[in-house]
Design a protein around this ligand. Structure first.
Ligand code: HEM
Length: 406
């Protein structure tokens, strides 16, 4: 098994790959959602409940009986020996990783972080995001077409923003981009995972110590100064923010641009009506559902969801792609409509773990798409769409490269 499989159950290919169009959920998944809202799926030694209905997804993600502790779940513990489990996830390496915690432990971290992710800090970052976006576009234009939009724009923008937020030197980006990509790859072995996790944490620990000695006005310095978090916890938090904060947004920018280019009427509508951007961002989040493999939980106690009883210890996977295309929730769910009225997609999750960085991600995407379409109104693919390499080997869906011209 790969390291990702320990914390994320795999689904059979017909439910996990994309459909005929690279933006659509797998055909098997769409057929399954037509038959019900929660399904029992057996694959590769796992039996999981797969949620495809919108209301049921929200119920699972809001239920206090559902645990996010994927590291210590009965499933993860059954898959590897106690010795290997202890080697892969020693307590000091779990510290601060609050995405895997349940209340009340989660609440403590989430409160401290919400205190740092203030509206003010996000507002202050907006001009800087504009600057970052503009600088990257200037450089891309200066080099001239064709360009790889991932390399020149979609990846550097969120990487620079998260570096700014955390007070990481952008010169160190190779250090975290390469390791993050490894950690999110579905083919990374458990040994490689241990090596990458240890190295990334060492890098982060160095950063935490630097902030202790010489605090700035970044978020990490704020946590060092204003809270009683210890170095292991701070390292875990910095790690989580860095991993969660740049690959996701990068893939939304790249895959979102690809989707717009493949829907020229929507591209033109957005380009000619930039006031639609915030709406378009929500629609792209819904339509693309880059957290393709879904969000998983396990039941701590028996719980009723959508007419079935999920027994204590069982795993539930909320299929983000299926839920965001639920036809009971959206008219014409498979259409990309940049002016679609905003609904309640689950692309940022729901409940106590709902994405902490969602406002930041929204600003990055809004500024990114607006400026990209304004500066390059004639943007188009530089290769046939079928040749764009899709990221099917990663737990976050997107494209490896997006060759464009203008
Ligand atoms: C949680 C998606 C951007 C930080 C989540 C969850 C989702 C998600 C689905 C819930 C996971 C769960 O319930 O288990 C996304 C997407 C993004 C994005 C699609 C980009 C478009 C960001 C950014 C940051 C961030 C920019 C930080 C700067 C976090 C953190 C959590 C989280 C810290 C854990 C929250 C908790 O457990 O309380 N994200 N995210 N995310 N996200 Fe994001």
């Amino acid at each position: 098994r790969s390291a990702q499989e320990l914390i994320r159950p795999q689904l059979p290919a017909e439910l996990s790959e994309r459909g005929k169009c690279p933006f659509d959920p797998a055909t098997g998944l769409t057929e399954l959602s037509g038959r019900g809202r929660i399904h029992r799926i057996a694959h590769n030694g796992d039996t999981v409940w797969l949620v495809t209905g919108h209301d049921e997804a929200r119920a699972v993600l809001a239920a206090p009986q559902m645990s996010s502790d994927r590291i210590n779940s009965p499933r993860a513990k059954a898959l590897i020996s106690p010795e290997l489990h202890a080697e892969l996830f020693p307590p000091e390496r779990q510290a601060g990783s609050f995405i895997f915690m349940d209340a009340p432990e989660h609440t403590r971290f989430r409160r401290l972080l919400t205190g740092q992710f203030t509206v003010r800090r996000m507002r202050d970052l907006t001009p800087r995001i504009h600057e970052i976006v503009t600088t990257r576009l200037d450089a891309m234009v200066e080099k001239g077409p064709p360009a790889d939009l991932v390399h020149d724009f979609a990846l550097p923008v969120p990487s620079l923003v998260i570096c700014e937020l955390l007070g990481v030197d952008y010169g160190d980006r190779d250090e975290f981009q390469r390791r993050t990509a490894k950690l999110l790859s579905l083919t990374t072995t458990i040994d490689e995972q241990i090596k990458n996790t240890v190295e990334l944490r060492q890098f982060m620990r160095g950063l935490v110590l630097a902030k202790r000695n010489n605090p700035g006005d970044d978020l990490l310095s704020g946590l060092v100064r204003d809270t009683d978090l210890d170095d292991n916890e701070l390292t875990g938090i910095a790690n989580l923010l860095l991993i969660a904060g740049h690959e996701t947004t990068a893939n939304m920018l790249a895959l979102g641009t690809f989707a717009l280019l493949e829907h020229p009427d929507q591209f033109a509508k957005l380009r000619d009506n930039p006031e639609l951007t915030e709406n378009a961002v929500e629609e792209l989040m819904r339509y693309l559902s880059i957290i393709s493999m879904g969000v998983s939980r396990h039941a701590k106690e028996d719980v009723e969801i959508g007419g079935v009883t999920v027994r204590a210890g069982e795993t539930v996977v909320v299929s983000v792609p299926a839920v965001n295309r639920d036809d009971r929730q959206y008219d014409d769910p498979h259409a990309l409509l940049v002016d679609r009225p905003r609904g309640h997609h689950v692309a940022f999750g729901h409940g106590i773990h709902q994405c902490l960085g969602q406002q930041l991600a929204r600003v990055e995407m809004a500024v990114g798409f607006t400026e990209l379409l304004r500066r390059l109104p004639t943007l188009e693919l530089a290769v046939p769409a079928a040749e764009v390499p899709l990221r099917t080997d990663m737990s976050i869906y997107g494209v490896h490269r997006l060759p464009v011209t203008w």
